[in-house]
Design a binder for this molecule. Structure first.
Ligand code: ZN
Ligand code: ZN
Length: 424
């Protein structure tokens, strides 16, 4: 699941190549399915300037649904880059803490949260890695009060995607800008299930299918999952009293939302101290503008003790040093290799999509809701059950058509969960 929402972006208006009917359906689904925004409820929305054609429609649907006050917060790629090109070095340990504190306060007052994402996956790739790491860390620390309310599901929240130019060019490098944007738009619409005439109905059905998976896994309540495949032999202990989630989820404010659009995953909380073995990534990871590729790590007693990457290794290793919890897992998620996003054959360079094409694990903060009775547990109780705590939450893909997964019970008994990337 994707929750961390940094404020970066992209520009140039090619929105004419995007189907306006489907774009409007996506906006409607974001409000009616993604958030289930309630009459009178406020909404805090982040978006890039480039995503305005979608963001304006979302705001329209929000007010039609009875929204109280919608507060948009905008960002822009060129403005982000200007900082890295011209900003004084001393400034890179700063972040807009006041803004995130305000967001946290809005969430405490039951405002919903929506992020429109379409960032350039490589925006910061050419910038000084040390500055990128410092800015990321400062941002993560400042964002913590707001992120906690999101990962703790205090409120209904949603992330939805818009096909910005630089992103489209990276997914379809051989195409002209207009064609690339049109193709990425179609891929987003298909993955987000707004292709048909009744997208809200399609989401209801999809949520039922995901619920059948979580019910099966929750029935077994495995002690651990064992992943095997090329470059991977990994045992992921599951937290005590963990609960599998997927699709629709009821936040502590009582509203049932679909936090990620698209979503194909079922996921739960690993035990922070019981992960061992080695694992290799199966897709590149785009982390706040830096591509990290061919990650391979080794775990001992839950902690990453060795990490390599063919690209972006310096950023990866700095991220791992963020805090004590950044070398431990906060999420494990299962996605069949035949998921529609995986079948599209596209590499999106965007976690919201790529994590829904493959089984994945996430470094850092766990979702406190992924426990039996999770909404009532204190942070201490979550920690004692094995829930990890960190400033970061970074999903990366370890699944493929060559991965087998077994569920392991406490007495050592095993049950096939996936074979060759498909539900067994
Ligand atoms: Zn996930
Ligand atoms: Zn995640």
């Amino acid at each position: 699941m994707t929750a961390h929402v940094p404020l970066t972006t992209s520009a140039r208006d090619v929105s004419a190549s995007i189907d306006p009917v489907k774009l409007d359906r996506l906006a409607e689904v974001a409000i009616k399915v993604g958030l289930q925004l309630q009459p009178g409820q406020d909404l805090v929305l982040t978006s890039s300037i480039a995503a305005l054609p979608l963001t304006r429609r979302i705001v329209e649907h929000a007010y039609k649904a009875g929204a109280g006050l919608v507060t948009p917060i905008f960002n822009d790629d060129e403005i982000t880059l200007a900082r890295f090109r011209h900003g004084a070095s001393a400034g890179f340990d700063h972040a807009a803490g006041w803004l995130y504190e305000g967001m946290a306060k809005a969430f405490s007052n039951n405002a919903a949260r929506l992020a429109v994402r379409g960032d350039d996956p490589s925006l910061l790739s050419g910038q000084d890695a040390a500055k990128v790491a410092r800015a990321n860390k400062a941002n993560s620390m400042a964002y913590q009060p707001a992120l906690e309310k999101i990962t703790g599901f205090d409120i209904n929240w949603n992330i939805v995607a818009y096909p910005e130019t630089a992103w489209a060019k990276q997914v379809f490098p051989g195409e002209g800008v207009e064609t690339a944007v049109a193709k990425l738009a179609d891929a987003i619409f298909a993955a987000s299930r707004v292709d048909g005439d009744d997208p809200v109905g399609a989401w209801k059905l999809h949520n039922t299918v995901l619920k059948a998976r979580t019910d099966w896994l929750n029935g077994h309540r495995f002690h651990a999952l064992h992943f095997t495949g090329p470059g991977t032999d990994l045992t992921v202990g599951l937290a005590d009293g963990h609960e599998w989630m997927g699709g629709a989820s009821t936040a502590k404010n009582g509203i049932t939302c679909n936090p990620n659009i698209p979503t194909e995953e079922v996921f739960t909380t690993p035990h922070a101290l019981r992960v061992s073995g080695h694992v290799s990534s199966t897709k590149p990871l785009s982390y706040q503008g830096t591509l990290i590729d061919d990650i391979s790590v080794r775990f001992e007693a839950g902690r990453i003790v060795e990490a390599k990457a063919s690209k972006g290794a310096d950023v990866l290793n700095k991220v791992l040093d963020t805090d004590e919890g950044s070398r431990r897992l906060g999420e494990v998620a299962l996605v069949p290799h035949s998921s529609p996003i995986s079948k599209s054959g596209l590499l999106f360079f965007n976690t919201l999509f790529d994590e829904n094409a493959a089984c994945h694990i996430a470094l850092g903060q766990c979702y406190s809701k992924c426990f039996v009775d999770g909404a009532r547990l204190t942070p201490e109780e979550i920690a004692s059950r094995g829930g990890n705590k960190s400033l970061i939450h970074i999903d990366w893909m370890i699944g493929s058509g060559q991965i087998d997964i077994d569920g392991v019970h406490a007495d050592g008994r095993t049950v096939p969960v996936m074979r060759q990337g498909e539900w067994a």
